[in-house]
Write a new protein. Structure first.
Length: 449
């Protein structure tokens, strides 16, 4: 069935309105990416081959009850689906769990634990282990594969023309993400803007990519530097939303309309279209094609701000984290966003991040982590206040697991690091020093994951 035509910008906000949910139906989703390495050699896992990532997906399908996902009926295996969750691949064969929507962090964490258990079986069977860092610690770009998804060749050609680290973004980065629900336009835009403003604080707590091509980086997060040198029309902090008295869906739509397109898909055929903004495409079409709702949905998924609005609010600003820390990201976001008192307090804390100085604060954070300063105070203190607000929000939710613990304990590991003034990146550096080499530390981490 053909997707409905779009004839005016006013129709575009309907995508977001259709996703609104009452607070009683709010859920959360955890997404976690990681790099596959052959355990014996630490060579990056490739895509093609029975002993590579394609073989891993096929084996997981046949032994673990996952269903296959391909882009065309006879196309290569690119993803798996099971019980509302999926396992997908990023361009350089980074493996991603896209979790099902859950009511509690307990459920999301249990799903993630099951995923890690399955990856341990993969390691035992294939000798491929997984490293949870925000940037590939060893590989050069030319050593990494290209997963054969239809949009990746278009992105591969286009993104380097818009930012010097476009290919790094595609092949050498990994993240932990959280998906959140919203009940109204006011609720969605308040959460979106607050989370965007809090991004430098989130990043200061979760920097976790201090290595590049086998060496210590000058930064605590190579990944953050990558995202600060990407196509600026589709990434960043969307600071034009920050000063609007009452931001609306239309403000996000207007920003999205100015971003360049990647492609249009019709009946399985891909049309590369990187010379047009969506605004121009809506007005003038492309090679006889006219804009549809499916085109708009596809376009929204090719935008990469630090926090993205789609059918959920996607918090995308954190580096991939070690397994014991990954659930802290949904705990932080849920604690701040799903409790009204915490949201009020988080909005007040977010207002301290200046519109004009947010990008320079991110640059500070990239190299200095929690030692960066805001209003003359170390960012560590701002982050501790934010964690206190999130912890109280989680406590008020009152969701207990079978042992009687609420959701606050998922923040414990992250809070312990922040109290020390240490980022996950600096904890990794300490681990490398104890192991006497990066390679030995990676071997140990893959064995323990």
């Amino acid at each position: 069935m053909a997707s409905p035509r779009i004839t005016s910008p006013e129709q575009l906000s309907g995508y977001f309105r259709r996703a609104e949910k009452p607070a009683t139906a709010w859920r959360l989703g955890l997404e976690a990416e990681k790099f596959g390495l052959h355990q014996s050699s630490l060579a990056p896992a490739q895509y093609d081959g029975a002993s590579q990532i394609a073989g891993v997906l096929g084996w997981m399908q046949s032994t673990m009850g996952w269903s296959p996902i391909t882009e065309t009926p006879d196309g290569p295996l690119l993803a798996l689906r099971r019980d509302g969750a999926s396992i997908t691949l990023e361009p350089g064969a980074q493996l991603e769990l896209s979790g099902a929507p859950w009511r509690t962090i307990h459920e999301a964490a249990a799903e993630y634990d099951q995923h890690l258990a399955e990856l341990r079986r993969v390691r035992e069977h294939f000798g491929i282990g997984f490293v949870h860092l925000g940037f590939h610690p060893l590989a050069k770009l030319e050593e990494l594969p290209w997963v054969p998804k239809r949009r990746y060749p278009v992105m591969r050609a286009y993104l380097p023309t818009k930012g010097r680290r476009g290919l790094d973004m595609m092949q050498r980065t990994a993240t932990v993400q959280v998906n959140l629900d919203y009940e109204s336009e006011t609720d969605a835009m308040r959460k979106l803007r607050t989370l965007l403003r809090l991004t430098p604080l989130f990043q200061a707590m979760t920097l976790n990519s201090p290595f590049i091509e086998g060496q210590r980086s000058s930064r605590l997060s190579e990944r953050l530097d990558v995202w600060m040198n990407m196509d600026p029309t589709r990434s960043g902090l969307i600071q034009q939303l920050w000063s609007v008295d009452e931001p609306s869906y239309d403000h996000y739509v207007q920003w999205a309309l100015e971003a360049g397109m990647f492609l249009v898909v019709r009946e399985g055929r891909v049309f590369a279209n990187t010379g047009q903004t969506f605004r121009d495409y809506l007005a003038n079409g492309f090679e006889g094609l006219r804009a549809t709702e499916d085109d708009w949905t596809l376009h929204l998924g090719t935008l990469f701000p630090e926090v993205r609005l789609k059918s959920t609010i996607e918090v995308r600003c954190c580096d991939a984290l070690p397994p014991q820390l990954a659930p802290a990201v949904p705990a932080l976001c849920v604690g701040l966003m799903y409790d009204s008192t915490a949201l009020d307090q988080a909005t007040e804390l977010a207002a301290r991040v200046p519109t004009d100085g947010a990008t320079s604060l991110q640059r500070q954070v990239c190299s200095r982590g929690l030692d960066a300063t805001l209003d003359g105070e170390r960012l560590q203190q701002h982050c501790l206040r934010l964690l206190e607000v999130a912890r109280a929000g989680l406590a008020r939710r009152g969701h207990l697991d079978e042992t009687g613990h609420d959701e606050t304990h998922y923040l414990d590991g992250l809070q312990a690091l922040v109290e020390r003034g240490v980022t996950p990146a600096e904890a990794w550096i300490e681990q490398v020093e104890r192991a006497d080499s990066l390679h030995a530390a990676l071997q140990q981490a893959m064995t323990e994951a």
